[in-house]
Design a protein around this ligand. Structure first.
Ligand code: CMC
Length: 393
């Protein structure tokens, strides 16, 4: 054993310096490069503006924005060979497993620019990842439903193009609905970064060894897949569907409070927020706007979610533990209304978080204090002993 601090879950360990995202968990405040998430989501322009901000530290002016958008749109197509990669999967494979594989495979398509010590290579990889993620996520979806892949359209905005690749078919072009596109954009902005969460820490740890950015992001996607992290929106929606009606809420809450049941209120609680997650508030508003636009104001799941939130926020169990709704509590309902299947929710999260991962990766690579990540342990196994021949054991 050594003299190490035992800190499972890294509850009290700061592993890096970062100037990207700031969270005040007690106040329920989230800032990207100093800007409150509420302002970025409501009047801060589109998702690519937030991407520029996270990557470069400042919001772009009009010229910088136009240049950035043009650069990203030039990289939206994936190599034609990628199709065969997709076709190797079973049609019923989970989209997250397909994404782990295909994003990792990008490193074998773009090995011309994988020198992580070259700032230009780093920049190109970052742009490629941000530009190609929507294409890959939409391809994973199209493959799963047996429809042909849809090529990107560079005359559309980032989010509108994603909806196009998801929902257009050779028979019918997707009709852009600005309210729905704006809602998707907001989902992407709200999920773009969240400082040193599990998947971002995974990306940094993978990157600390000098691994290429595509491989690092694939590692992040693998981590995000888990139900305690990115899988929570999928789990939250399934939970609402299972509860079924407002009448069943008390029985469900009783189950959650019974520690032996193993049942959690999905979309509630957060390692850092001990107050209302500011993203959850914005997501609830977006949820309302989208349902209104689609004439689904009476959506029973939305009503159920609001009732569940109200009951939980008044319950001693949740109050004493400072458990509030997190971003995933309402995002599933919005995504479902946009026509996105439940199995793709975490894929959308991955698409949004890619910019955060890559911004954090870039920050780490250029940090002179950066070292290979190598946690220590408190050894609790057997003391030194001798091997006994097999016939004597
Ligand atoms: N339902 C019921 N009880 C809960 C919940 C919940 N959702 N979350 C925490 N608790 C209880 C927990 O059992 C513990 O109780 P006690 O003190 O009696 O042992 C107490 O609250 C503290 O929780 P914790 O597990 O020590 O907190 P943590 O920081 O380790 O876990 C969390 C944070 C997000 C993993 C957890 O709150 C959780 O599992 N929530 C549900 C899943 C979820 O919504 N995840 C999305 C997180 S936000 C998006 C993202 O980051 O991907």
């Amino acid at each position: 054993t050594g003299m190490f601090t035992y800190d499972p879950g890294f509850m009290s360990t700061a592993a890096c310096n970062s100037s990207i995202t700031y969270i005040d968990g007690d106040k329920g405040e989230l800032l990207y490069r100093g800007y409150p998430i509420e302002q970025l989501a409501v009047n801060g322009g589109d998702f690519l503006e937030t991407c520029y901000l996270l990557l470069n530290g400042e919001l772009p002016n009009a010229t910088e924005k136009a240049e950035f958008v043009s650069t990203v749109t030039k990289h939206t197509m994936v190599h034609e060979q990628m199709q065969f990669f997709f076709r190797g999967f079973r049609r019923d494979a989970h989209p997250m497993s397909v994404l782990v594989g295909t994003v990792g495979a990008l490193s074998s398509f773009y090995h011309d620019s994988l020198d992580i010590n070259d700032p230009h290579h780093r920049e190109v990889s970052a742009i490629r990842l941000i530009a190609k993620m929507p294409t890959l996520v939409a391809m994973a979806y199209k493959y799963s439903i047996g429809q042909p892949f849809v090529y990107p359209r560079n005359d559309l905005s980032y989010s509108a193009n994603f909806m196009h690749m998801m929902f257009s078919t050779p028979c019918e072009e997707y009709k852009v609905n600005e309210v729905l596109v704006r809602a998707l954009d907001r989902i992407l902005i709200l999920h773009a970064d969240h400082e040193q969460n599990a998947s971002t820490s995974t990306v940094r740890l993978a990157g600390s060894s000098g691994a290429n950015p595509f491989a690092c992001i694939a590692a992040g996607i693998a981590c995000l897949w888990g139900p305690a992290h990115g899988g929570a929106n999928e789990a939250a929606l399934s939970m609402l569907e299972e509860i079924g009606s407002v009448d069943n809420i008390p029985e469900f809450i009783a189950q959650v409070k019974d520690k032996n049941s193993g049942v959690k209120l999905m979309g509630f609680g957060h390692r850092v927020y001990k107050n209302y997650d500011p993203r959850a508030k914005l997501m609830r508003e977006t949820c309302y706007e989208v349902l209104q636009e689609l004439g689904l104001q009476d959506d029973p799941l939305f009503k159920l979610a609001m009732a569940l939130e109200k009951i939980a926020l008044e319950d001693e169990y949740f109050v004493s533990r400072k458990l509030y709704p997190n971003v995933d509590f309402y995002s599933g309902i919005v995504q479902r209304a946009l026509g996105i299947p439940t199995s793709l929710f975490t894929g959308i999260f991955a698409l949004a978080r890619t910019v955060g991962w890559i911004a954090q990766w870039k920050e780490m690579i250029s940090d002179p204090e950066q070292k290979i990540g190598r946690p220590r342990q408190l050894f609790v196994g057997a003391a030194k002993r001798d091997v006994v021949a097999i016939d004597k054991r």
